[in-house]
Design a protein around this ligand. Structure first.
Ligand code: NDP
Ligand code: 2IT
Length: 446
């Protein structure tokens, strides 16, 4: 297999872009995977598709000013990175979290392009957000912030141009406020955002889609290895949209969910979470917006400041919180605790060296751009529903989601080499997504 340095001048490509740490690690990961594909294709080399994909079509950065409940003026950054629309309108979420920087959004936008390509749907890649912190803010403050954010964003988006959605800190409440402001400013009710509340044109099944898709992907990995998810112990990090619905489907499939976490610590359910505990947890986290440290349930223990991986035995790990939450030490904990399959519900939760630990231990690893693609795939169904002025049933969207996840799993297999006797899904996903993007870039000309 050719080394990256045989086909790409990676350091000068990277110098030209001058990425931050997160974007750099995403670029390096992809470069390693796709170097052999580029080596075999003169047209990709001649058209410089790798370099062209590193620089977004445009970066929109703006000021968001709003008034808090005490009457004080607040100022935040807002961004929308329109990475590429070569396969369809820019598509990807908005993240509201105090840690958000332009670098965070660059890596997310880049990853999104590959993920969206893998879904096989006509969607390009983008990402946006703000360093606004929704925690501890009143509903009215969140509403005023969202309205101020949309006051600028509306001029850049459109149902065939750029279609944002949710991500960390942006769920149904925020999308409702953002869309309400868009409708007031533009007079359009064209479905320009996805993940909308039902009354505003949302799609049944979108709330569950990312977590359900991740479990479907993990199940497909297990099936391919002649195993099944039934009876498995599943450790999950995060306690937000992705984590909670991953827990729901895993339990429906007969698995035991043994952990959840938030930035304050982890809750361990050594005997597995019960159906009623999950129901209470969804209300506690999604409606009451509670903290795990204040949650108590039968047979559950809270561990302040700790991630779940070293605390409990598990067969399957689903990191569903945030980027680089799993480092080498965490990965070793997982292996020591019995984990055989990792599927990323979050975007790039495992560091490059954590992935190395999984490879060396023969752990099956499903990268986020494949394993969490069910959310954006279902967003595309929402676009479909809105454009056709239709109303889909939940059964229809969940069946189609299942089909997309199985298809992505097959694409990974078709493009993946075997490493230490296991399928290298990471490489398979990068190659599968890259070829679609690269062919379209070549076809488009310069
Ligand atoms: P939510 O905001 O609903 O939940 C995020 C969860 O992760 C919370 O429990 C949060 O804890 C925890 N978390 C966030 N940041 C940190 C941190 N720095 N350290 C520890 N815990 C943290 O977001 P989602 O569930 O929507 O997103 C989770 C991940 O999934 C993200 O990586 C996102 O990009 C990815 N994703 C989301 C999709 C979607 O459709 N929503 C689709 C595909 C991927 P706390 O409340 O304490 O901050
Ligand atoms: O990372 C992601 O794929 C998302 N946050 C969902 C994007 C979308 O457009 O539904």
């Amino acid at each position: 297999m050719p080394a990256v340095s045989d086909v790409l001048d990676l350091s000068s490509s990277i110098d030209r872009v001058n990425p931050g740490e997160l974007y750099r690690s995403a670029i390096e990961e992809v470069a390693e995977s796709i170097a052999p594909v580029i080596a075999e294709n003169r047209q990709y080399q001649k058209s410089r598709v790798f370099d062209r994909l590193l620089i977004p079509d445009r970066v929109i950065r703006f000021r968001v000013e709003w008034v808090n409940d005490a009457g004080g003026v607040e100022v935040n950054f807002g961004w929308r990175i329109e990475h590429t629309n070569v396969l369809g309108p820019y598509k990807g979420g908005l993240r509201f979290h105090p840690s958000v920087t332009e670098d965070t959004l660059h890596f997310l936008a880049y990853e999104q392009c590959f993920k969206n390509a893998l879904t096989g749907q006509p969607i390009g890649g983008g990402k946006g957000g703000s360093n606004f912190d929704p925690k501890g803010k009143s509903d009215n403050e969140v509403m005023r912030f969202c309205q101020a954010f949309m006051r600028e964003l509306y001029r850049h988006i459109g149902p065939s141009v750029d279609v944002p959605a949710g991500d960390i800190g942006v769920g149904g409440r925020e999308i409702g406020f953002l869309y309400g402001q868009y409708m007031k400013i533009t007079k359009q009710r064209d479905g320009v955002l996805t993940g909308k509340p039902m009354g505003l044109g949302g799609l049944l099944g979108r709330t569950e889609a990312t977590g359900y898709g991740t479990v479907t992907f993990a199940e497909a990995m297990l099936k391919h290895a002649d195993d099944s998810i039934e009876g498995k112990r599943v450790a999950i990090s995060g306690a937000g949209n992705v984590a909670l619905y991953a827990a729901e489907l895993a339990m429906e499939k007969g698995a035991k969910v043994v952990s959840l976490s938030d930035s304050g610590g982890s809750v361990i359910f050594d005997k597995g979470m019960s159906g009623s505990q999950l129901e209470e947890m969804i209300d506690f986290k999604e409606v009451q917006r509670g903290r795990l440290k204040d949650w108590s349930g039968n047979g559950a223990s809270f561990h302040a400041g700790e991630r779940p991986w070293g605390l409990v035995d598990a067969d399957v790990a689903l990191p569903c919180a945030t980027q680089h939450e799993v480092d080498t030490k965490d990965a070793k904990h997982m292996v020591d605790r019995g984990v055989k399959v990792v599927a990323e519900g979050a975007n790039m939760p495992c560091t490059h060296s954590a992935r190395g630990v999984f490879h060396d231990a023969g752990v099956l690893f499903g990268p986020g751009k494949a394993a969490n693609a069910g959310g954006v795939a279902t967003s595309c169904f929402e676009m479909h529903q809105n454009a056709a002025h239709d109303a889909w049933t939940k059964q229809r969207s969940l069946e189609k989601l299942h089909g997309v996840m199985i298809d992505i799993h097959e694409q990974c297999i078709a493009n993946a080499p075997m490493v230490n006797g296991v399928v290298d899904y990471g490489v398979g996903a990068d190659r599968g997504g890259f070829v679609k993007l690269a062919d379209a870039i070549v076809a488009m000309g310069v």
